[in-house]
Design a protein around this ligand. Structure first.
Ligand code: F6P
Length: 320
């Protein structure tokens, strides 16, 4: 009998989520399954907002940012009542399984469903790239390129005015966007949550830089380290240099997904369908060295993807 598979996007949106939904729908239909879209992530499971997705419902979305299924950070799903309500809607709709597209919070939700007998497979999508079990998450590459574009523009004006800037990028607990965009953008200093911040070290580097007739000094700051305005103020007090601040914010979450994110999303979406149809459950699909790899949720949420410290150290040398 043909399978009925639900799909939802949850947590912060990420460019490429639409490409993943498209892959789930098209691969699912090709495999003879019926695909049901759940609106607003776990909120839609609780309220029973389901809609059938046919092949044409996903046409023209591979290049679009955001998610056609909408998303939410759902507090109600953290309560027993909320979860039970979600499970009863899943049973009523006779779903054989669910594909959960999101980050580690989404997979924690998946673990709750699994405990109650619902089969699920996760697809990692988050601009933060902080999920264990995949080389990258869907959306990271686009977010980094958005940040890089901004850094290049800020550098132009910084150079013209011979100014220092703090550019704040997203990442409360993960410094991957800061590290990659900062290294690629030639930042003079990168501040990430994984490395203890030494403001005096930045102040000294800034003073040295301008003494050596540098025309700009760009600090890329991950939002989780400290407030950008506070850092600028502390640096001003130590150096006497005025520091401009630019906070990139949610611009990093939108926009057309990059080629890599569309590719990754297409492969992972299709792999999730294959996994659920073959009876796998409670695992996340990832791409490791170009190969599809499955990681149990428990491992994906409990292990921390290490930051590449040598890339971080390199950024200091290259930013001299
Ligand atoms: O998880 C992705 C992310 O963009 C983080 O980098 C950021 O800290 C957070 O989401 C912001 O979440 P919200 O849009 O819910 O404020």
């Amino acid at each position: 009998m043909s399978k009925k598979i639900g799909v939802l996007t949850s947590g912060g949106d990420a460019p490429g989520m639409n490409a993943a939904i498209r892959a789930v729908v098209r691969q699912g239909i090709w495999k003879g399954a019926q695909i049901i879209g759940v609106m607003r992530g776990y909120e839609g499971l609780i309220s029973g907002e389901f809609t059938e997705l046919g092949p044409s419902s996903v046409s023209g979305i591979i290049q679009r940012g955001g998610t056609i299924l909408l998303t939410a950070r759902c507090e109600e799903f953290k309560t027993e009542e909320g979860i039970e309500q979600a499970v009863s809607h899943i049973r009523e709709a006779q779903l054989d399984g669910l594909i959960l597209i999101g980050g580690d919070g989404t997979f924690r939700g998946g673990m709750e469903l699994e405990k109650r007998g619902v089969a699920t497979i996760g697809v990692p999508a988050s601009i933060d790239d902080d999920v264990w079990g995949t080389d990258h998450t869907i959306g990271f590459d686009t977010a980094v390129n958005t940040a890089l574009l901004a850094l290049d523009k800020i550098r132009d004006t910084a150079t013209s005015h011979e100014r220092a800037f703090v550019v704040e990028v997203m990442g409360r607990t993960a410094g991957y966007i800061a590290l990659m965009s900062g290294l690629a953008g030639g930042a003079e200093f990168i501040a990430i949550p994984e490395v203890p911040l030494k403001i005096e070290e930045i102040a000294q580097a800034l003073k040295r830089g301008f003494e050596r007739k540098k025309r700009h000094f760009i600090i890329v700051l991950a939002e989780g380290v400290m407030g950008a305005y506070q850092l600028a103020q502390e640096l001003y007090e130590r150096t006497g240099h005025e520091i401009k601040v630019s906070i990139l914010g949610h611009i990093q979450r939108g926009g057309n997904p990059s080629a890599y994110d569309r590719y990754l999303a297409s492969r992972l979406g299709a792999a999730a369908v294959e996994a659920i149809i073959s009876g796998k459950r409670g695992e996340m699909v990832g791409l490791k060295n170009e190969e599809i790899a499955l990681t149990p949720y428990a491992e994906a949420v409990s292990r921390r993807k290490e930051i590449n410290i040598s890339a971080y150290e390199l950024s200091k040398i290259l930013g001299l």
